[in-house]
Design a binder for this molecule. Structure first.
Ligand SMILES: Cc1ncc(COP(=O)(O)O)c(C=O)c1O
Length: 394
């Protein structure tokens, strides 16, 4: 012992829970790999080959086809693998399609705020901005759907999601842009109401980061083919040529070189997803995880949900805060110090990795409940949360 260790030492007099989570991976992205995953299980015939070879293209197309099957994307919608993860997919859509009509950007946490910044400061669109504080949803009924509307289906940093798509009219003049990266494969998505949908592989499917998935409905394609933005578009954002959609992008002919290892890993996750019961199975797994975590929260008098209303509470990125009586009189820095201590004690015990909340969110815990997490591991985590808390208090 040097005495210089930064890790707080839990009080060993408290009884340690008997069982640890088998897979202590509760990060909200990159998220836990699917159960049974192992690097050596990935097919690697496409590695070291051109992504434009017959094999490379067929694997990319297979990833698109499996996405359609598992996510239940209708034939009316195109699916493309694009650069730069979810951010790349959202921004190529915003840069390519916004500006044709007024826009509304809806934000209730850090990532939605990022799209507001893009629209206001970068694209200088002067959009209507509808916001809510962490833990709440803005009044969606106030949105004017003659505008293009950009929003986040599940706000990963606050754990607030939209409850469903009922607030989006089937007949609308503007386009809807849904950043669904922490929702896709864990919440039903009404594609007929979503003109643009984006996500990345590393969330609910536990894939590797690198590429974004961009799903375009027919109205988005119509916009792309009929509208040219006033600003220049970098090559990696360009989806049309001579006023026509580049269909190849949606058939596996990526704009630039993809990571075939990432694609093979994504295919593996999709095949696991099929075996796990497809979309319904994935949603059920995530909901069971969120319910198990909720049961833990109900048991512990020092821990509460950040999101009071269960109808808008995420079943993937579940955000928790200390109960009011615990942090009464404590400032944000003190609360954050407590979060860090708790998270580091649990990490040191190898029972929970990466559960401190996002740096932009109110100080608290965030525990991923997506489909690749096993419910038994959430259940096993409960007693450890309490143990760590009482250890720190002692
Ligand atoms: C809602 C949301 N949007 C965008 C992003 C950025 O995603 P990426 O890192 O895949 O670009 C994240 C990442 O967690 C997110 O949760």
């Amino acid at each position: 012992m040097t005495g210089l260790t930064a890790e707080p030492t839990p009080d060993v007099r408290l009884d340690r829970p008997a069982d640890k989570p088998t897979r202590p991976y509760f990060s909200s992205g990159p998220c836990a790999k699917p159960p049974g995953w192992a690097l050596e299980r990935l097919p690697h015939g496409s590695l070291g080959r051109s992504h434009r070879s017959k094999l490379g293209k067929s694997r990319l197309k297979h990833a698109i086809d499996l996405t359609r099957e598992v996510l239940q994307v209708p034939d009316t919608h195109r699916i493309g693998i694009v650069p730069a993860s979810d951010t790349g997919a959202v921004e190529m859509a915003m840069w390519s399609m916004l500006g044709a009509r007024p826009a509304t950007v809806v934000a209730w946490e850090s990532f939605g705020e990022g799209w507001v910044t893009d629209a206001v400061k970068q694209l200088k669109l002067d959009p209507a901005v509808l916001k809510a504080p962490y833990g709440q949803l803005p009044p969606l009924g106030q949105i004017d759907f003659s505008h293009d509307v950009v929003f986040t289906w599940n706000g990963t940093t606050s754990g607030v999601r939209v409850p469903n798509g009922d607030w989006i009219p089937a007949a609308r003049e503007g386009l809807t842009f849904a950043d669904a990266t922490s929702a896709a494969f864990a919440m039903p998505l009404p594609f007929e109401k979503l003109d643009v949908t984006t996500f990345s592989f590393q969330k609910v499917l536990g894939g590797e980061a690198a590429h974004g998935l961009l799903i375009l409905g027919p109205r988005a394609v119509e916009r792309l083919e009929s509208y040219k933005p006033a600003w220049p578009l970098p090559k990696i954002f360009r989806m049309t040529k001579g006023g026509k959609l580049i269909e190849g992008i949606f058939e596996g002919e990526t704009i630039n070189t993809p990571s075939m290892l990432v694609i093979e890993d994504y295919i593996w996750a999709l095949e696991w997803a099929k075996e796990a019961g497809g979309l319904d199975g994935l949603i059920a797994r995530s909901q069971a995880n969120a319910a198990a975590l909720d049961a833990v929260v109900q048991e512990l008098d020092w821990l509460d949900h950040l999101v009071v209303d269960p109808a808008i509470r995420s079943n993937t990125s579940v955000c928790l805060k200390f109960a009011d009586h615990v942090v009464a009189g404590m400032d944000e820095a003190g609360t954050l110090a407590l979060v860090k201590k708790l998270a580091s004690v649990l990490e040191a015990e190898d029972v929970a990795y990466d559960i401190a909340g996002h740096r932009d969110a109110p100080a608290g815990l965030r525990i991923w409940c997506g489909a690749t997490v096993d419910t038994a591991d959430i259940e096993a985590l409960g007693p450890w949360l309490d143990w760590a808390w009482h250890s720190i208090k002692a």
